[in-house]
Design a protein around this ligand. Structure first.
Ligand code: NDP
Length: 272
């Protein structure tokens, strides 16, 4: 019988997950289906139960349901437990198991695809939402010398720093207190979705080797344009992260990891 998977979100029409997972399945001639489910804003759990009762094996989760997915789980793997959010569920023996692969996906893209070492680097996250929550720990674990989380609302950055301080050197700040000296600058705000950018000073990019906007399919965002203007040599958007987190999910469900390089090339929008 064909194994059923899906991505749950609202809205969901824009999601690239069905295309990505069907491409992965084709690599292995894997007998699985993958659909997009637009769950009602207040109806994630009942739509999830319906999908499971119909024989579903697992789902990805996007905005706004990552915390609902976390809450629905019977078991939470570390990536989900430490972030309070889940972007991937699997259903086994009547139990719902939650993971979160956003952070691992980002790390793989930076280290493997862009060839940028994280070990020993000073890494700045702009934004303190779900994406930073998921990504800061894998970056610390990869040996970052220091992680700084800067956010408009400093209390949210501080909460992340407080939770992760036992894993390494991490601190929180507001945009006004930022100075130069970050090897890697990540835009993990949703500002680029609204065609704006986090209001940080140009000096923040002095000495930076990589500027990475987690948003994808937006071309040269205001954040990347600012970094380019400051001479940052490597610019990237989040398409690699998107494909890599999907590959992690696929491997977790299907016990084989797909190749990602060709798919990332296909989905890349030029940074112009
Ligand atoms: P959240 O909604 O959880 O957090 C949004 C963050 O953006 C908050 O820190 C908020 O600050 C900040 N923010 C919003 N607007 C502005 C602005 N105009 N200026 C400065 N800061 C702003 O979002 P997520 O963490 O889930 O997602 C963040 C980004 O990462 C999005 O662009 C999303 O598309 C991308 N993403 C990409 C993925 C990928 O696979 N490539 C996976 C997951 C996310 P405040 O707290 O002050 O309101």
């Amino acid at each position: 019988m064909t194994d059923r998977y899906a991505v749950f979100g609202n809205p969901i029409g824009h999601s690239k997950s069905p295309f990505i997972h069907r491409s992965f399945a084709a690599q292995f001639d894997d007998d699985m289906s993958y659909e997009a489910v637009e769950a009602p804003q207040d109806g994630f759990r009942s739509r999830l139960d319906q999908f499971i009762s119909e024989g579903g094996r697992g789902i990805n989760i996007t905005v706004p349901f990552k915390t609902d997915a976390f809450a629905a789980a019977d078991e939470r793997c570390e990536g989900a437990a430490l972030t309070g959010a889940s972007n991937c569920l699997k259903f086994e023996n009547g139990r719902i198991i939650a993971e979160n692969f956003d952070g691992v996906g980002l790390l793989r893209d930076i280290a493997d695809n862009l060839g940028q070492a994280v070990s020993g680097k000073r890494v700045l996250f702009l934004g303190a939402g779900g994406a930073t929550r998921g990504a800061a720990l894998p970056i610390l674990r990869a040996g970052a010398a220091q992680v700084v989380v800067a956010n408009r609302t400093v209390a949210k950055a501080q909460a992340i720093a407080d939770e992760l301080t036992r894993f390494g050197e991490i601190r929180a700040t507001g945009y006004d207190s930022l100075s130069a000296g970050h090897d890697i600058v990540l835009n993990a705000t949703s500002a680029s979705l609204f065609d704006t950018r986090p209001q940080v000073a140009d000096a923040v990019f002095e000495g930076t080797g990589l500027a990475y906007d987690l948003v994808y399919a937006k071309g040269l965002t205001g954040f990347l344009r600012q970094a380019q203007g400051m001479g940052v040599p490597v610019l990237a958007d989040g398409v690699g992260m998107l494909v890599e987190q999907a590959a992690e999910a696929y491997a977790w469900w299907r016990e084989q990891r797909p190749d990602t390089a060709a798919l990332i090339r296909d989905l890349t929008v030029p940074l112009v």
